[in-house]
Design a protein around this ligand. Structure first.
Ligand SMILES: *[C@@H]1O[C@H](CO)[C@@H](O)[C@H](O)[C@H]1NC(C)=O
Ligand SMILES: *[C@@H]1O[C@H](CO)[C@@H](O)[C@H](O)[C@H]1NC(C)=O
Ligand SMILES: *[C@@H]1O[C@H](CO)[C@@H](O)[C@H](O)[C@H]1NC(C)=O
Ligand SMILES: *[C@@H]1O[C@H](CO)[C@@H](O)[C@H](O)[C@H]1NC(C)=O
Ligand SMILES: CC(=O)N[C@H]1CO[C@H](CO)[C@@H](O)[C@@H]1O
Length: 605
């Protein structure tokens, strides 16, 4: 498996494609490859047996360290910055910071008060004392010449000649070959993000209080390198030093540093297609498959716990029911720096739910309305079991809207309980389990005996059912209306083509009736084929339109990437002869290389 994966990577680098096929039994797989006419044979032991048992992730790790952002190039003298109407030459550090601002001048950000305030404060830190005493008001700064200059530059880049573009491409390829790979144990692996982001101004999501602050340049002195003792250690750029070189094989990162805005630690890691990432992904889905085996026992237990004499156990059991039934998150896992009032299951407050003993023709309905992760609204009305409802009434007694619903519960208590129920169990495992099993069921139900486009529509529908379950909504993309219109225009054109083609066919048939010769018979055949072809094209466009319309407010990517066992999709593709490219794009195929190699068409989650 691993070897096959690695061979695939190596061959892909050399642009050689190959067609493997394999025979599997419980201990090993035999692969046959045909590469440029030669048949190669490999016996590979299964993945499960290749892991270390002492918690270490590797024995040997060698890499060349990160690629730093290019140094600052001062502006040409003709491009001027004006303060209070007068040109002023800035020192290089101060000038560099103004270039970040100038490049964003057309963006709404630079009009926002917080952004301007933060920017000005950080900019002043880079000024000489003379500059500091002169430049005291951002409103008196005129960056328009600089802004124009950068616009011209970016225009010029677009107009570059083929040769210039080729040169840049070659340079990037050289950097990739030199820095983009590492050796981990016996494998050459692609590194995910070996380039360090250039300095700039922090943006953040929404109205982030730190927007406009200076994201500092990362230097070798900020970098901690991790590699094995017996490897060739990466060399820092001439005249510089690393902050530290470590040899920690309990972690998988190659380099790390602390960024200055949020104080969070950044890592250089392997690409998602690497063995170690693939293995982690694979383990995640294996954990979810273990839950499948014991979910009945867990459900029986929490049902019993609804009757417990102890309040804390009842609360825990109701929370667990929500996590299982609604795929809620356990606690409030906030994004760094997120200041919005977001909650998860354990931190729900009284104001977030409403109870309806009877609603329409349903009994015991709970209405949820709160902001979840990334400030995505969670709104749902669901009927629950009577016992859950009665318990909720009990939890709400004598409480204010801003009180905790589960006052005897917090995220750590719940997580600890989950660990006791099953090794490795977290709220996320319930999501992964439910999402994956739902996809599998939906695919079984929805897949039609139709054409390939219709099958893909069924796949996307199954995927959407899961995304809705996981509350992966999105605002309709800005380009939505426009792209729908374009598609509709295409459909209209196709329809006109079709009626024209049908008319021609009819005419040809009439012709044939009149003459009954060979030539007119052939013409009818040709026209019939044309009609058929156009009908197929029209159907494809219509399926596309349906798909896009249904997809308007649902983000499929998140569940595809994080919650759906890729082996289900791969098996489905293999079973129905659908090319994997129709389901996964290039990045996704790299991430799921392990599943594409592993899953057979009869794979069951
Ligand atoms: C900024 O400077 C440019 C010349 O470089 C000038 O045309 C423009 O009017 C100035 N803007 C303001 C607001 O002073
Ligand atoms: C998955 O979640 C849905 C929505 O709550 C639920 O109806 C369904 O029973 C769950 N499926 C499984 C197999 O747990
Ligand atoms: C959760 O509750 C337990 C017991 O009440 C307490 O010891 C623990 O500190 C709490 N944890 C958090 C993160 O609040
Ligand atoms: C593939 O899809 C993901 C969403 O899951 C997207 O973020 C990524 O940019 C896409 N990659 C390519 C190469 O199209
Ligand atoms: C976190 C950390 O520094 N871990 C390890 C780095 O590598 C050496 C062994 O070479 C360990 O002693 C450290 O604990």
């Amino acid at each position: 498996m691993l070897l096959k994966h690695n061979i695939r990577c190596i061959l892909a680098q050399k642009n050689i494609s190959f067609q493997p096929f394999s025979i599997t039994n419980n201990q090993y797989r035999v692969f046959f490859f045909s590469v440029m006419g030669c048949v190669l044979l490999f016996v590979v032991f299964r993945w499960e047996e290749e892991r270390y048992t002492d918690g270490s992730k590797w024995r040997f790790l060698e890499h060349k360290g990160p690629v730093f952002a290019p140094p600052y190039e001062p502006l040409p003298d003709k491009v001027k910055f004006y303060y209070d109407g007068k040109p002023m030459k800035l020192s290089a550090p101060a000038e560099e910071v103004t270039t970040f601002f100038s490049k964003m001048l057309d963006h709404e950000y630079t009009t926002k008060d917080i952004f301007r305030k933060n920017f000005f404060k950080d900019w002043r830190k880079e000024m000489t004392s003379e500059e500091k005493s002169k430049i005291t008001d951002l409103n008196k700064c005129n960056f328009s010449e600089m802004s124009e200059y950068f616009k011209t530059q970016s225009e010029a880049r677009k107009q570059m000649s083929k040769e210039e573009k080729q040169k840049i491409k070659e340079e990037n390829e050289r950097l990739l070959q030199e820095y983009g790979f590492c050796i981990m144990d016996n494998h050459k692996e692609r590194i995910g993000n070996f380039r360090i982001e250039p300095p700039g101004l922090f943006r953040g999501r929404g109205d982030h209080p730190k927007m406009g602050m200076l994201k500092r340049r990362i230097r070798p002195e900020d970098i901690i390198i991790n590699c094995s003792k017996d490897s060739k250690q990466p060399k820092p750029p001439p005249g510089t030093k690393w902050k530290e070189v470590r040899h920690d094989n309990k972690v998988t990162w190659l380099a790390s540093w602390t960024e200055n805005i949020q104080g969070s630690i950044k890592y250089i890691m392997l690409n998602p297609s690497s063995r170690i990432k693939g293995e982690k992904d694979w383990q995640k889905y294996e954990t979810a498959r273990r839950l499948k085996k014991c979910v009945d026992r867990i459900r029986t237990q929490y049902r019993d716990d609804w009757k417990s004499k102890e309040m804390r156990i009842r609360q825990r059991a109701v929370a667990l029911y929500f996590i299982d039934k609604l795929a809620l998150r356990a606690g409030n896992e906030k994004e760094e720096g997120e200041t919005a009032d977001t909650v998860g299951c354990c931190s729900l407050r009284v104001e977030h739910i409403k109870l309806y003993p009877k609603m329409d023709d349903q009994e015991y309905v709970v209405e949820f309305d709160f902001l979840g992760k990334d400030s995505i609204r969670y709104y749902n009305k669901i009927p629950v079991e009577k016992r859950v409802f009665k318990n909720l009434q009990l939890f709400l007694e004598n409480k204010q809207p801003e009180d905790d619903l589960f006052d005897r519960l917090n995220t750590s208590i719940l997580n600890k309980h989950l660990q006791e129920l099953m090794d490795g169990l977290t709220a996320k495992v319930f999501r992964t389990y439910n999402a994956s099993i739902t996809l599998q069921q939906q695919l079984k139900e929805l897949t039609s005996d139709d054409s390939v486009p219709a099958k893909i529509l069924s796949y996307n529908r199954a995927n959407r059912a899961v995304a809705i379950l996981c509350n992966h909504q999105r605002a309709p993309p800005k380009t939505f209306e426009k792209s729908m219109q374009n598609l509709q225009t295409k459909i209209d054109e196709k329809q006109n083509q079709l009626s024209a083609a049908r008319k021609q066919l009819k005419a040809a048939k009439a012709d044939r009736k009149a003459s009954r010769d060979e030539k007119s018979k052939k013409t009818v055949e040709v026209k019939r084929k044309a009609v058929q072809r156009i009908e197929e094209q029209l159907m494809k466009l219509q399926v596309q339109a349906t798909d896009r319309e249904e997809n308007k407010q649902i983000a499929l990517g998140t569940s595809k990437l994080n919650y759906l066992d890729p082996r289900i999709s791969v098996a489905w593709c293999k079973k129905f002869g659908i090319p994997i490219e129709k389901i996964y794009n290039k990045t996704q195929r790299e991430k799921f290389a392990w599943a594409i190699d592993m899953a057979e068409k009869d794979y069951e989650f």
